[in-house]
Design a protein around this ligand. Structure first.
Ligand code: TMP
Length: 395
């Protein structure tokens, strides 16, 4: 049974940055109600009513996975490790974005699936690319003329975005070779609960997985979870290793231990989520009060990184251009646009990060280390960072 535990209110699409803020554009902006629920039968956390993916993954999709050094290095390392461990002769990536993972492989061995046409146009220059949504039809098309099925399916921050999880899983089974491995990375539910990072809930994260939920879910598709890695990307993620029931891989002790940790933290109980919801309400109140206090001192506050996460925070906490002068972001196609729902201008860091700024809110808190290192000199000359993770404070 699905039970709602968190209501993050009226939200826009997190990655739909506005080209202008004319009356006409604002009137057309899409909003939905972001409510999060827990399924007591399989421990799955999900959005109550997902948005139609055709509205989200358009040819104007803004997110570029290769935008940060942290992610470029993370994808390079995992590509190297997976090659060494499984020696795959065919690799399929679902949600290949701008090719940041695939570029570490021999293009002859690789297939990319990416429904956002602007991104698929980047990867198709080098790799066989299907500019389509992941589903049963596509999985059949991919394997139709193949002697062998796929040895390694990799998908980072994508499976959790696809509303039809059942079809998604049976399509994965469909393309997999007998001893093939599916490697999925997605934000970890336990990290979200520990970090109070409610901003990991937004329209694209239809599901937030845990190992106990994945273990339960894949069983219905003759698949088996056999290992898990804890990783630091996106503020704490999990990498799941899944194979066919009949494949040669044995369940690892690492997986057993991690499943126990999730149970010890009561991820299988609804009360845990109700408590989290109360912490989120408190975080909203405290963050808003912190900003108000700084504004009363006539200080200038900006936001650092126009992230999907900050869309959730701004709209839930009702933070707009009365608090922030602007948001800075390194991504060229976000610059000159406006934040979804709150309509704060986005400019380049070169223009926006200077001695007039007193405080910068870490919208991209998952890149805290990288950012604090980059801004070392500015911090020395007085710039202060604010974060809401795990609780609102000046760093
Ligand atoms: P994401 O968290 O939604 O993936 O996006 C991170 C955003 O933060 C992305 O648009 C790039 C931006 N960013 C900066 O503006 N400066 C930085 O130093 C880093 C690491 C990211």
């Amino acid at each position: 049974m699905k039970k709602i535990f968190l209501n993050l209110g009226r939200q826009p699409l997190a990655n739909s940055f506005l080209k202008d803020i004319s009356k006409k554009t604002i009137k057309r902006e899409f909003f939905y109600n972001l409510k999060i629920c827990f399924d007591t039968s399989n421990f799955l956390v999900s959005i109550q009513r997902p948005v139609n993916p055709k509205k989200q993954y358009t040819n104007e999709y803004a997110h570029r996975a290769s935008e940060s050094q942290t992610m470029r290095t993370a994808f390079k390392n995992i590509a190297f490790n997976l090659k060494k461990k499984f020696r795959p002769s065919t690799i399929l990536e679902i949600g290949s974005n701008d090719g940041v993972f695939l570029k570490n492989f021999n293009p002859k061995k690789v297939i990319a699936v990416e429904p956002c046409k602007n991104l698929a146009n980047i990867t198709k220059k080098k790799f066989k690319t299907y500019p389509e949504f992941w589903n049963l039809k596509l999985s059949k098309k991919i394997t139709k003329n193949k002697q062998r099925k796929i040895d390694l399916v990799f998908s980072a921050n994508t499976i959790s975005h696809i509303p039809n999880l059942k079809e998604s899983l049976s399509s994965l089974y469909n393309v997999l070779s007998e001893n093939g491995v599916i490697v999925i990375e997605d934000p970890s539910l336990l990290s979200i609960l520990k970090n109070n990072s409610y901003d990991q809930f937004y329209d694209e994260h239809v599901y937030v997985f845990s190992a106990i939920a994945i273990k339960c879910l894949v069983k219905d598709y003759n698949l088996r979870l056999f290992d898990v890695d804890k990783i630091s990307t996106h503020g704490g993620s999990l990498r799941y290793y899944i194979c066919k029931n009949t494949a040669k891989y044995k369940s690892t002790s690492k997986l057993k231990k991690y499943l126990e940790t999730e149970k010890k933290n009561n991820l299988n109980k609804f009360e845990t989520y109700k408590k989290f919801s109360n912490r989120v309400k408190k975080s909203k109140k405290n963050l808003y009060e912190l900003f108000k206090k700084i504004k009363r001192q006539n200080k200038k506050i900006i936001s650092y990184g126009a992230t999907y996460k900050s869309t959730t925070v701004f709209n839930y906490c009702k933070i707009d251009n009365k608090i922030f002068d602007y948001v800075t972001d390194t991504t060229k196609n976000k610059q000159g646009k406006f934040t979804p729902g709150t309509h704060i201008p986005i400019i380049s860091p070169e223009r926006g990060i200077n001695e007039t700024v007193d405080y910068a809110f870490l919208g991209a808190w998952n890149f805290k280390k990288e950012i604090l290192k980059k801004e070392k000199e500015r911090i020395k000359s007085g710039l202060k960072f604010i974060t809401h993770v795990p609780y609102p404070r000046i760093i």
